[in-house]
Design a protein around this ligand. Structure first.
Ligand code: ZN
Length: 162
């Protein structure tokens, strides 16, 4: 068995057959990321975002909330929650517990919403049904094992929003 070559900067290794290392042992993924770190993805992004925020506020002025945020508790949705609060939107955070939430993750979500003063609604789905679906996907060897969970997240968020 040959030795696995690991990037000197990150955790990528040559188990990935597309990886290329430079003379310093840095992988092409690191080099690409560093080359593009200053690239501005949306040159006018802040103004575009402000327009969206203004539109949401205008359209919801007679409603209790400006928007519904699907909050998984991961870094992306937590950052969006922070950003929406920063833009002074009235946010209803909706979390769907598909059966994989831990005590710690549940507490983290509650703490985030408490700190940001967001109303949190948690939807707990039928765990036994979810386990059956995920088990069926697993046993059928379907490549995308997240389909049942992804579907329940979107279905519950849309249902709740309506
Ligand atoms: Zn790397």
């Amino acid at each position: 068995m040959s030795k696995v070559h690991i990037c000197k900067r990150c955790v990528m290794d040559d188990v990935n057959t597309d990886i290329i290392f430079d003379k310093k042992g840095i992988c092409n993924y690191c080099t690409d990321a560093l080359d593009n770190k200053d690239y501005v993805w949306h040159k006018d992004g802040q103004n575009e975002f402000q327009k969206i925020v203004d539109k949401m506020k205008r359209e919801s002025r007679n409603k209790k909330y400006d928007c519904v945020l699907g909050l998984s508790g991961g870094i992306d949705s937590c950052y969006v929650a922070y950003l929406l609060k920063k833009y002074d939107l009235r946010v209803l955070a909706v979390h769907v517990d598909a059966g994989w939430d831990t005590e710690v993750s549940t507490e983290n979500i509650k703490n985030l919403c408490k700190k940001l003063d967001l109303k949190l609604e948690t939807i707990k789905i039928d765990y036994n049904e979810m386990y059956d679906l995920q088990r069926a996907y697993f046993l059928s060897q379907v490549p995308d094992q997240d389909v049942p969970q992804d579907h329940v997240f979107f279905a519950e968020l849309y249902r709740y929003a309506l």
